[in-house]
Design a protein around this ligand. Structure first.
Ligand SMILES: [Zn+2]
Length: 345
């Protein structure tokens, strides 16, 4: 299969995405429009300048960009514009279902109304399901390095807006900050039957993954690539079937992997660690889910069947009900068979 044929195969393959931040999916054109509505001044006045501003120097700079984009989201319509632009892009790439992070506490601190945001997002999501046949659910994430009371607000918002909207509690932020203070928040989510995911072992070490596993009992780990440094932890992930959400370009752009060649994806894959492929912050990193699958195919030297296997794995790691999972899995199988037949394989 040529590179062009593989790219076309990946584009037409039905996919799900499990690790993407709505704020990090704000494309420069939308940022310009929202900043204008909000009267927020930007460091550049056109898309090219903003794309340059998005070229990250380090995690601190990344946070600066993230907070600037968040500042442009205030009214329910702002969130609708963001989510509708995002869903259009997911549809274009054949992403049938997405679980996306939203850092609701940042928006509440900026003066947004949590109930109104939830109603607006739910309406956009319903419309996308009806008109485009694609799904979206949210992960409300706690930020490890901001005041603890914001975590209380996050859990409260997540539990109040589960119906047709929130599927999980998440955790993000700087790994140097302890995860232990959020033990009770994750316990509350578990008790209420809400899903749990957490970023860990992206920036620091395998030890962070272990600490987060113990304190938060997540069902998936965001990134977790540092687990590769600890063979016993890798065995545990395999044994417990605990999936990592891997985003190769994010890791390279933020300096958490030196290059695609030096990225631990191949080691994790060959050890049998369950994983999915994701964009993390597609607008900030100038990537798409299709491109991330193509990076993964190159890094793992995969044929189309292997790529379809990655797509299937992500479906299985989602919080979708079993019947909906089975439906997307059979669509993946049909598309993979159709593409291979067309190639005469
Ligand atoms: Zn992330």
């Amino acid at each position: 299969m040529t590179d062009a044929e593989l790219a076309s195969f990946v584009s037409s393959l039905p996919k799900v995405e499990l690790h993407v931040h709505l704020e990090g999916a704000m494309r420069p054109a939308l940022l310009l429009a929202l900043a204008c509505r909000r009267g927020v001044s930007l460091p550049a006045s056109d898309e090219t300048g903003l794309a340059e501003f998005f070229r990250f120097r380090d995690f601190e700079h990344f946070v600066e960009v993230y907070l600037l984009c968040s500042k442009c989201l205030r009214d329910p319509e702002d969130f609708q514009l963001l989510v509708e632009d995002f869903l259009g892009e997911q549809e274009r790439q054949n992403v049938r279902y997405t679980e996306a992070h939203l850092t609701i506490s940042t928006h509440l601190a900026n003066g947004a109304n949590g109930g109104e945001i939830a109603d607006a997002l739910r309406e956009s999501i319903r419309r996308a399901e009806k008109e485009r046949g694609i799904g979206l659910r949210l992960i409300a994430d706690i930020v490890r390095n901001v005041p603890y009371e914001r975590a209380d607000q996050t859990v409260e918002w997540a539990l109040a807006h589960r119906e047709g909207l929130v599927v999980a509690l998440g955790m993000s932020g700087k790994e140097e900050s302890p995860c232990d203070p959020f033990r009770s928040h994750f316990a509350a989510a578990e008790q209420e039957g809400l899903g749990r995911v957490a970023h860990a072992g992206e920036q620091t070490s395998a030890a962070d993954v272990k600490r987060v596993l113990e304190a938060c009992r997540p069902q998936r780990i965001g990134h977790g690539i540092r687990a590769v440094e600890d063979p016993e932890l890798l065995d545990e992930l395999v044994r417990r079937r605990l999936p990592l959400e891997v985003s190769p370009t994010s890791n390279v752009r933020l300096g958490n992997a030196d290059s695609y060649d030096a990225h631990p994806l191949a080691t994790l894959y060959s050890r049998g660690v369950p994983l999915s492929i994701n964009t993390d912050d597609p607008a900030f990193f100038g990537t798409t889910l299709v491109e991330e699958y193509l990076h993964a195919a190159r890094m793992l030297d995969l044929e189309p069947q292997g790529v379809a296997g990655l797509a299937r794995a992500a479906v299985g790691h989602s919080f979708l009900p079993a019947t909906a999972q089975a439906e997307i899995e059979s669509e993946i199988d049909r598309e993979a068979a159709r593409a291979l037949e067309a190639l005469g394989e």
